[in-house]
Ligand binder design. Structure first.
Ligand SMILES: [Zn+2]
Length: 70
């Protein structure tokens, strides 16, 4: 069974910074997740770990606490 067609040369790109999304691997080197994170509400698509932590999570918190509401 092929799961998601994981191939090293078709790594997904982060929609925020444009870099490749690093696959998450187990301790014995097996890729178990290569789909990054949901980039909403910053952008539609998938994003890397770094952008998720630095941009997407803060953007979600902003919405949650409505810091930017008038
Ligand atoms: Zn990124």
């Amino acid at each position: 069974m092929i799961i998601g067609g994981i191939m090293s040369d078709v790594l997904k790109m982060c929609v925020i910074c444009g870099k490749k999304i690093k696959p998450q691997k187990t301790d014995n080197g097996e890729t178990y997740w290569d789909d990054g994170h949901n980039a909403l509400p910053v952008k539609e698509g998938r994003c890397c770990d770094k952008c998720n932590q630095e941009k997407v999570i803060p953007a979600r918190l902003d919405i949650l606490f409505c810091d930017t509401c008038d």
